[in-house]
Design a binder for this molecule. Structure first.
Ligand code: 5GP
Length: 116
């Protein structure tokens, strides 16, 4: 069986694809989304691509999920007013396009009531 291709986010971690990196630790990287849906739109991503979505991550490594939330708050404090929407698209029909778990951090002036 052939090895699956690395995800776009693993390629960003490996510096094979450029991205604006706004945070990096041993386990987590955060980048600015290439197609922002809010004034501040960041992606907080575990470096491992072993978890496809947030449900797998919660089951497999709850501490790493908590770390994603901690980093989201830190970045919202640094880059916006500390308030943010955290979105995990989970599954293709829910809009997930990259099957390497990632949190969308949306901040700035969000449209009222929108779930964008
Ligand atoms: P999903 O649709 O899986 O929830 O989110 C994937 C996100 O990754 C999208 O918002 C998309 O704009 C972003 N994205 C996809 N490819 C790249 C890339 O090469 N660089 C950056 N910075 N963001 C990307």
């Amino acid at each position: 069986m052939s090895t699956p291709e690395p995800s776009v986010f693993s390629r960003i971690v490996a510096r094979e694809i450029p991205a604006e990196i706004v945070f990096e630790s041993d386990d987590v990287i955060a980048i600015r989304d290439i197609a922002p849906k809010a004034p501040v739109h960041l992606l907080v991503i575990p470096k491992t691509e072993q978890y496809r979505d947030v449900a797998e991550l919660a089951a497999g490594d709850p501490a790493l999920l908590a770390e994603l939330v901690r980093v989201a708050q830190q970045l919202a404090d640094e880059q916006s007013d500390g308030e943010f929407r955290l979105v995990f698209n989970t599954g293709e029909r829910a809009g997930q396009t990259v099957f390497h778990v990632h949190a969308h951090v949306l901040g700035g002036h969000l449209p009222e009531g929108s779930l964008a």
